[in-house]
Design a protein. Structure first.
Length: 293
């Protein structure tokens, strides 16, 4: 592992969706998530973190230090048990130690699981005995993404020739279905990285940081599906502070990234319909602005 990060960061992600559903809402028949009051589209932080986790798992597999804690098909207590087995203790012994072993268990989880070291986790599960690997607040936090313009939720009727049952095949030649899409939308998400939490809690390193940028840029490249349509990360604007605790307020840096429409008379249907600007004159000299795409 490289050295732990020493600088605070903020970042802005711009990504697009074309003829796809970027984040279905199970409370609304899996239609694209939307702010009911304004009509702006929403993509949750959980959805974005899932894409990042999937990318890390794709490129790193189960290599040492880069396992994924929250992953499909693996119960959380299976990963929790690995810490106890490595340290040679039982859950009962850990409880009787009255917190003496908590730090070692937590450190094992942080050093072995990339997503714990990055996003943090609540690692308490219950089986026959209580497995408590601690609660970790991660240095990297990402907010909900919101579309730049209000979105249009379209429900497309589709047909298929593959009939489900033999009885139905005698009655009909096709079956009907539905797909929910957004014709086009540009989404904006904002994130934060705390060097202080990295140093004091998880050990998030410079190598981890570079891998995080790589994962954000490519988080849709290995996640294509018919449901999500065409999705791409178009911009990653990073603000690097000189100090661990930062040199200005985050919102002032976010406000320097502006998105304008080139033609308001017609709906946006491609990225070139927007103009992205960063007002570098409003950025303090102690903060470096890096446009990574």
């Amino acid at each position: 592992m490289s050295e732990i990060i020493k600088n605070r960061y903020e970042f802005v992600i711009l990504f697009e969706v074309e003829n796809g559903n970027p984040n279905g809402d199970p409370d609304a028949g899996n239609m694209p998530r939307i702010d009911a009051e304004t009509g702006y589209g929403i993509v949750t932080d959980v959805c974005l973190k899932r894409k990042i986790r999937n990318y890390i798992e794709t490129v790193k597999g189960d290599s040492k230090g880069y396992k994924i804690y929250i992953k499909e098909g693996v119960p959380l207590n299976t990963s929790d048990k690995s810490a106890y087995e490595y340290l040679g203790i039982t859950a009962e012994e850990a409880q009787k130690s009255k917190g003496e072993k908590d730090g070692k268990i937590r450190d094992f989880m942080c050093s072995n699981f990339f997503d714990i070291r990055t996003f943090g986790a609540v690692m308490v599960t219950f089986v026959k005995a209580k497995l408590n690997c601690g609660q970790v607040r991660g240095p990297v936090q990402i907010g909900f993404a919101r579309s730049v313009d209000p979105i249009v939720q379209q429900e497309i009727t589709i047909t298929r020739v593959a009939i489900t049952t033999e009885e139905d095949s005698k009655k009909k030649d096709t079956e009907m279905g539905r797909k929910h899409i957004v014709p086009y939308a540009l989404y904006r998400a904002e994130g934060y990285i705390s060097a202080n939490l990295a140093r004091n809690v998880t050990g998030f390193s410079e190598d981890d940081l570079q891998l995080l940028w790589e994962a954000i840029i490519n988080m849709f490249e290995h996640d294509h599906s018919a449901a999500r349509g065409k999705m791409n990360v178009r911009e990653l604007v990073v603000f690097k502070h000189q100090s661990e605790f930062g040199n200005t307020q985050a919102y002032k840096l976010f406000d320097t990234v502006t998105i304008d429409r080139n033609d308001e008379s017609k709906p946006a249907r491609r990225y070139s319909d927007y103009k992205i600007s960063v007002d570098t004159e409003k950025i303090p000299k102690e903060v470096q602005c890096i446009r990574m795409i």
